[in-house]
Design a protein around this ligand. Structure first.
Ligand code: CA
Length: 220
């Protein structure tokens, strides 16, 4: 046992990946194509993708939700964890980026599991709630505009079944959450939400120092 978390340095991370990462070729191809485009830092790391995959398998996830799909890398990791009749509802605003996603989803043979909905996610999540999908999802992943995380959190919590799991990315904002000179709306919103989740009696939680910080929330 250790009382401290080891800060990963590059060589140790390389080792970790070398003995644990199972990134199939289509995932690696998508990650490499995305690394060449603007905004590529919005893509989750391969070890985060594999953790989402692992968690979805662990909970027997069938119906999953993603807020912020970008070029579809985390969605592909998630979709590959689903049974044949599983589904992933992907919310994004960009047809350009999700066009890349759809190309790889088809290549990986999972496109028929994907329900891509373009438009502001707050509206999409409200529409899902209004159409009777409350409590029907096993898993939700939030990785979109940080200013609206609070709204996404509340709506996704309603969409999750009891015992369902939510993961929220970038909860450290690369350390800006503890920089009291940082007042940009995304950081302010993340600080507020991190504190709110910590006190939220509706959920169990664990904040994991993986990537830029990943909070896991289980709906009680
Ligand atoms: Ca992210």
């Amino acid at each position: 046992m250790s009382r401290e978390t080891v800060t990963l340095w590059p060589e140790l991370r390389e080792y970790m990946l070398s003995v644990s990462l199972r990134e199939v070729p289509v995932l690696r191809e998508l990650r490499e194509e995305t690394s060449g485009i603007i905004g590529s830092n919005m893509q989750v790391s391969p070890e985060q993708g594999q953790l989402l995959h692992f968690l979805v398998r662990l909970i027997g996830g069938r119906r999953t939700l993603e807020v912020g799909t970008f070029t579809g890398y985390s969605a592909l990791w998630t979709a590959l964890a689903l049974p044949e009749d599983g589904s992933l509802t992907a919310c994004d605003v960009s047809s350009e980026w999700t066009g890349v996603a759809e190309r790889y989803w088809r290549k990986a043979g999972v496109n028929d599991r994907m329900r891509l909905i373009l438009g502001p996610a707050s509206n999409t999540l409200s529409a899902l709630l209004e159409s009777g999908e409350t409590g029907s999802f096993d898993f939700a992943f939030i990785d979109a505009d940080k200013e609206n995380y609070g709204d996404y959190y509340e709506k996704c919590l309603l969409l999750l079944r009891q015992g369902g799991l939510m993961a929220l990315d970038n909860v450290f904002r690369h350390g800006k959450v503890i920089d009291m000179d940082a007042h940009d709306p995304g950081t302010v919103a993340m600080r507020e939400l991190n504190a709110r989740i910590a006190a939220d009696e509706r959920v169990d939680l664990s904040m994991i120092p993986l990537g830029d910080g990943l909070t896991l929330v289980r709906r009680r």
